[in-house]
Design a protein around this ligand. Structure first.
Ligand SMILES: Nc1ncnc2c1ncn2[C@@H]1O[C@H](COP(=O)(O)OP(=O)(O)O)[C@@H](O)[C@H]1O
Ligand SMILES: [Mg+2]
Length: 266
């Protein structure tokens, strides 16, 4: 009797682990859904560029114009490849593997996916990447966190606004910090304590067909805590909100690394 109860508990625990993973994957796919329309539009623009320059190259025999056409077509193709690669690598589930990454790189990879969405919603982007901290992370999970925070920020800025992403390193407590600040609606103080709860959402299903699952921030918190990090929020209703992620700095951090010196060393 006792043994079979233990077995049942072990089975349930196993099911719980699987369901959490499925929920996380579902949350990830819903992000892809939010971005699908802006990415499709961007592909349309890229195709327009490719088609128009291909026509121009065919029409004109002189070398300078053909060179220009090929250059434009190449750039458009490379942009498209960057987006599809980003999308595929984001959608893939890579298990629990952690590696050292420059956080700026992770942020840039996510921005490839959301840039158009921000543009469509008249949101300007400010990047403060003067410091280049590295951290040992599961890149895929951290990107999911960043994407969630950026999409939340965008959804809070109905009338447009500014999204500011700042990277910094706090040498004193050995944390790398990523701050995502918006100039959106803000969060009322009575709501603030609930936002990290699973299934808490203020978003209604009808607005642009995408309601909130209320799982985004719960997932963010879980991922950041599994990295021995912290997630913090500050908000002023009517002014905006800032989320700060703290992740342990990778050992051997030299501070202001310039890509030049990295290239020379490598
Ligand atoms: N940047 C933000 N500005 C204003 N409110 C926010 C912001 N981020 C999160 N929230 C609030 O926290 C709630 C929970 O967020 P989240 O867990 O991502 O779920 P969802 O986005 O599915 O609603 C949101 O419904 C919203 O009320
Ligand atoms: Mg969300």
């Amino acid at each position: 009797m006792g043994a079979s109860n233990e077995q049942k508990i072990a089975d349930l625990e196993q099911q719980l682990v699987q369901m959490r993973q499925q929920l996380m994957q579902a949350e990830k796919m819903s992000t892809v859904g939010v971005l699908a329309s802006s990415i499709t539009h961007e592909f349309n623009n890229i195709l327009t560029t490719v088609i128009n320059y291909a026509k121009m190259g065919l029409r004109h025999k002189d070398e300078a114009i053909r060179d220009k056409s090929f250059t434009k077509i190449l750039a458009a193709g490379q942009r498209a490849a960057k987006i599809t690669t980003g999308m595929l690598s984001y959608a893939r589930s890579k298990g629990d593997h952690k590696e050292r990454f420059e956080l700026a790189q992770l942020v840039e990879d996510v921005l490839v996916l959301v840039e158009k969405d921000l543009q469509v919603h008249r949101i300007s982007l400010v990047k403060n990447f003067a410091q280049q901290p590295s951290s040992v992370v599961n890149a895929n999970q951290i990107q999911q966190v960043l994407l969630n925070l950026i999409i939340n920020a965008r959804q809070a800025m109905d009338e447009g606004g500014t999204l500011t992403i700042t990277l910094s390193e706090n040498r004193a407590d050995q944390f790398a910090e990523i701050t995502i600040r918006d100039t959106g609606c803000g969060i009322p103080p009575q709501v603030l304590p609930k936002i990290f709860d699973s299934f808490f959402t203020t978003k209604t299903a009808d607005e642009s067909g995408h309601g909130g699952s209320g799982l985004g921030l719960a997932m963010c918190k879980e991922v950041i805590e599994s990295h021995q990090g912290r997630i913090r929020v500050e908000s002023a209703p009517g002014k905006g909100t800032a989320f700060t992620l703290k992740l342990p700095l990778a050992k051997g951090q030299t501070g202001f690394i310039h890509s030049e010196s990295i290239n020379k060393a490598g």
